[in-house]
Write a protein that binds this ligand. Structure first.
Ligand code: GDP
Ligand code: MN
Length: 378
């Protein structure tokens, strides 16, 4: 479960990591009074995705009126598809340097790892991996001061600053363990002329451990409105930020489909594991959900085991006639009754593929507006 920045910061602060003075607002009431106390502020939209700065979700203001209009504007904005419902207003800190610190789990090594870089800030993704300092942590020993001293030395930090940042690393590890976190991240950890503070914070808790921390840690609903609707219908559905809507029947085939899209240079807008069902209602609901997030094209990948390809094909044909499909759809159909299924689609002028690689390259070419030898609903 991901926590909002303001929740993560409260946890950091309660565990001895300094954060800027701030307050959460759901409207403009109290904003003026707050700014009169603090002076210039950073106004930060609270959404669960990162990269808010680049997406326009972080604003600065000095005058109360300016702050109020920025708060109003942010509260009706979507950042990366998420409606902003709250903003965190903080005193603006003057940054001398931005540092990156995180602790997460390295699945392959089966250990927590401390990640640190002196090139923190919004371009952290561009820092080459070899420049990111990694220190694996043996959980039977924990993160020890000698280890953090080594890390701060590798970062080129000295004196009081090295001490303060090393101390924050130790506290960050305590937080990581105390809350069964999968990730705690401070980016940037800012160095000002007088202090070191966490200007941004992210925390992800292990879903299976969250119950231990409720209600001290508030429950965070991570599903989007569409994901909630899908869950209510018993459909496993996940939204991503690529271009192609994906429906497949089974977890393995769904993951393989996503990998192939990536391999051939595209990515999924969303994906749905349609499971073993092929009923008309389920197919209609599934397609409607997939289309609601406006993918550029749709890829349906069905392996008929228990599911029969002819049933899937008939359901698709019927649903297609009731839905206003404006995007290209590519279907790959293989398994039980595949010839029947292929024939049903063909009758409607819909070509289907048996080979998944062909289907994937086809859908990618259609997404890019190319290729016309497959049925195109535009
Ligand atoms: P993110 O883009 O979602 O990671 O949001 P951040 O909270 O990290 O903010 C993005 C960037 O805005 C940071 O890297 C800082 O450069 C800048 N920023 C955030 N808060 C402050 C602040 O209080 N003062 C100043 N000067 N810059 C800030
Ligand atoms: Mn950040």
């Amino acid at each position: 479960m991901k926590l909002y920045e303001y929740m993560a910061k409260e946890i950091l602060q309660n565990n001895g990591i300094p954060v800027p003075r701030g307050a959460v607002f759901t409207g403009v009431e109290g904003v003026e009074a707050f700014i009169e106390k603090t002076g210039p502020v950073a106004i930060k939209s609270q959404v669960l995705s990162g990269g808010r700065g680049k997406a326009g979700g972080i604003k600065f203001a000095t005058e109360p009126q300016d702050a109020i209009s920025k708060v109003q504007a942010l509260l009706v904005t979507e950042i990366k598809g998420c409606q902003v419902e709250r903003v965190l207003i903080e005193e603006k800190v003057s940054i001398e340097r931005e540092i990156y610190l995180a602790i997460t789990i390295d699945g392959a090594k089966r250990k927590p790892v401390l990640l640190a870089s002196i090139a923190g800030g919004m371009d952290i993704e561009q820092v080459p991996e070899e420049q990111m300092i990694k220190r694996f942590i043996d959980i039977t020993i924990g993160l020890q001061p000698y280890a953090t001293r080594e890390v701060t030395r590798q970062m080129g930090l000295k004196g009081r600053e090295a001490q303060q940042i090393g101390d924050i690393m130790l506290k960050l590890y305590q937080v990581f363990r105390k809350y069964d976190a999968e990730l705690v991240e401070i980016n940037p950890l800012v160095v000002t002329s007088t202090q070191v503070l966490a200007a941004d914070a992210k925390m992800t808790l292990d879903d299976d451990a969250v119950f231990r921390y409720l209600p001290e840690v508030p429950w965070v609903e991570e599903k989007t409105a569409v994901e909630k609707k899908a869950a209510d219908l018993g459909i496993s559905y996940v939204e991503l930020d690529g271009d192609i809507g994906v429906m497949a029947n089974g977890a393995g085939i769904t993951m393989a489909t996503l990998d192939l899209l990536q391999h051939f240079g595209s990515s999924a807008r969303n994906f749905m594991d349609a499971g073993g069902g092929s009923s008309l209602q389920a197919t209609a609901a599934a397609l409607e959900i997939l289309l609601s997030t406006k993918p550029k094209a749709l890829l349906i990948n069905i392996f008929g085991g228990i599911t029969r390809c002819d049933e899937v094909a008939s359901a698709f044909v019927q649903v297609k006639n009731t839905l206003d499909l404006k995007i290209p759809v590519v279907i790959r159909l293989i398994g039980t009754n595949e010839d029947l299924g292929t024939a049903i689609l063909k009758e409607q002028g819909i070509e289907s593929f048996k080979n998944i690689e062909e289907a994937v390259t086809k859908v990618i070419s259609l997404q890019n507006g190319g290729g016309a030898n497959v049925h195109n609903y535009q």
